[in-house]
Design a binder for this molecule. Structure first.
Ligand code: PLP
Length: 396
C-alpha cells in the first residue's frame, strides 16, 4: 500500500468565497472594459508601513551587513527585546505579562493552525459563526470536530455560551471579522468564567484589537481568570499594515495548564522544534511599532480607515439599512436589503453600480442575508462606492 495522505483534507469544503468573487469580477470586467470597479471587498490594507517601522527595518538590514552587528538565528520564541516591547504594549492597558508569555510569530493565520498542536484532536472546537474561515479549515485539517454557535441580529453578532453549550476549544474573534462586532468586558468575562468552569480553552483572535476605541476590551487578558483558560493570537497585519511583511505574536500564560501539562512550556518545545525563529529585521520593525512614535504613526493609518468606515456607515444610514461594526473594526456588516440573499446582492451591486463587497454566506451559513463592506480601500473609491450603494438601495 502506498503512503496514506491526511484524509481530513477530503473533509474540507471548497473555499468558493474569494475565488467566486474574483471570477465574477473578471467576467464583468471583460464584458464592460470601460466601467471602473469600486472595491469594498478587500480584507487587505492599502496604506504603506509607518516611517518608524521602515527606518528600524532599514537599520536592521545595515546591522546584517557588518560583522560587528550581524545576527544569525534569533531565539525561536522571539528576541528578548521584541517580547519585552509587546509586554510593554500590554502594560499600557494595565495587563501584566511576563515577556516569556509572549511568542513571536509570522502572523495570526500561521498560529491559528499551528497552535492546534497543543491539543488532542479528539477535543471538539466551537466556532462562532459567521467566522473567519481559517478556524474551521485548520480544525478540520487537524481532524477535529467543529461545532458552531450562531451569531445574528438577536445577539448583536456577539453570542454567549448557554447552559447546554459544549466545547473544549473555543475560537473567539473580537473585533470580529466579518461582523465588526466587539465583545464588552462583561461578555468576555462570561466566556472566561464558562471556560474556567469546564476546563475549556479559548483561542482569542485579537487581529483587529488596534481598532478598538473607548472602554471596550482589546485583550481577553483584561478579564479576571483568563490566564488559566485563554491563548491570545495577535498580528501586526491590520495593526501596522504588515500583511505583506508578516509578523505577529501569541500570548500563552504560564498559568495555563491542562492534565498537569503546562501549555506555555509545550509551546516553547513546539517552537524550538518546528521553527528557527523569525527574521531579525522584521522583529526590529515590530519593536519600532510599539514605541510611542510608532503607536502614534500607526494610528494615523487606522484613523484613515476609520474615516472610510464612517463614510460607508453614513451612506447606509442614509439608505435606512441596518448594519453592525464599523466603529471599532475596519468592517461594516450590513443586512442585505429586502431580505435578499448575499450572493444576489453581490450580483446586483456589481452589475448595477460596479461595487464589489463580500457576501456574508461565504463566512458560514449564518452569514446568509448579510454583506461585508471593508474600509481598507482608498478614500476616493470608498466615497464613490458608498454613494452608489446608497442610491441603489434607495431605488430598490
Ligand atoms: N484573524 C482574522 C480575524 C483575520 O481577519 C486575519 C486576516 O485577515 C487573520 C487572522 C490573519 O492575519 P495575518 O495576516 O496575521 O495572518
Amino acid at each position: 500500500m502506498s503512503l496514506m495522505p491526511n484524509l481530513n483534507y477530503g473533509n474540507l469544503k471548497d473555499s468558493y468565497l474569494f475565488f467566486g468573487i474574483s471570477k465574477k469580477v473578471e467576467a464583468y470586467r471583460a464584458a464592460h472594459p470601460d466601467k471602473p470597479i469600486y472595491r469594498l471587498g478587500i480584507g487587505d490594507v492599502s496604506r504603506p508601513l509607518c516611517d518608524c517601522a521602515i527606518r528600524a527595518m532599514h537599520e536592521a538590514v545595515e546591522d546584517q551587513a557588518k560583522a560587528g552587528t550581524f545576527h544569525g538565528y534569533t531565539p525561536e520564541c522571539g528576541l528578548p527585546e521584541f517580547r519585552q516591547a509587546v509586554a510593554g504594549y500590554y502594560a499600557r492597558r494595565g495587563i501584566r505579562l511576563d515577556a516569556e508569555e509572549i511568542f513571536v510569530s509570522s502572523g495570526a493565520s500561521d498560529e491559528l493552525g499551528d497552535i492546534l498542536d497543543l491539543f488532542d484532536a479528539s477535543s471538539a472546537a466551537l466556532v462562532t459563526q459567521p467566522a473567519y474561515p481559517a478556524y474551521v479549515d485548520a480544525s478540520i485539517i487537524a481532524g477535529r470536530k467543529v461545532n458552531f454557535l450562531n451569531a445574528g441580529p438577536e445577539n448583536d453578532f456577539l453570542p454567549l455560551p448557554g447552559a447546554d453549550t459544549a466545547a473544549e476549544l473555543i475560537y473567539l474573534c473580537s473585533p470580529n471579522n466579518p461582523t465588526g462586532a466587539v465583545y464588552s468586558l462583561e461578555q468576555l468575562q462570561t466566556w472566561v468564567d464558562w471556560a474556567n468552569e469546564r476546563g475549556a480553552v479559548i483561542l482569542f483572535d485579537a487581529a483587529y484589537e488596534a481598532f478598538v476605541e473607548g472602554e471596550l476590551p482589546h485583550s481577553i487578558f483584561e478579564t479576571k481568570g483568563a490566564e488559566s483558560c485563554a491563548i491570545e493570537i495577535c498580528s501586526f497585519s491590520k495593526t501596522a499594515g504588515f500583511t505583506g511583511t508578516r509578523l505577529g505574536y501569541t500570548v500563552i500564560p504560564k498559568a495555563l495548564e491542562r492534565e498537569g501539562m503546562n501549555l506555555n512550556a509545550m509551546w516553547v518545545r513546539n517552537r524550538t522544534t518546528k521553527t528557527n525563529g523569525i527574521s531579525y529585521i522584521l522583529q526590529k520593525g515590530g519593536i519600532a511599532v510599539f514605541t510611542d512614535e510608532g503607536l502614534r504613526q500607526i494610528q494615523e493609518n487606522i484613523q484613515f480607515y476609520k474615516q472610510n468606515a464612517r463614510v460607508i456607515m453614513e451612506a447606509l444610514d442614509g439608505a435606512g439599512v441596518r448594519y453592525w461594526g464599523g466603529k471599532n473594526a475596519p468592517y461594516v456588516w450590513m443586512a442585505c436589503p429586502k431580505g435578499m440573499k448575499s450572493w444576489d446582492f453581490f450580483d446586483l451591486l456589481l452589475n448595477e453600480v460596479q461595487v464589489v463587497g463580500t457576501p456574508g454566506e461565504g463566512f458560514g451559513a449564518s452569514g446568509e442575508g448579510f454583506f461585508r463592506l471593508s474600509s481598507f480601500g482608498s478614500a476616493e473609491d470608498t466615497k464613490i462606492a458608498a454613494d452608489r450603494i446608497r442610491s441603489l438601495v434607495l431605488g430598490i
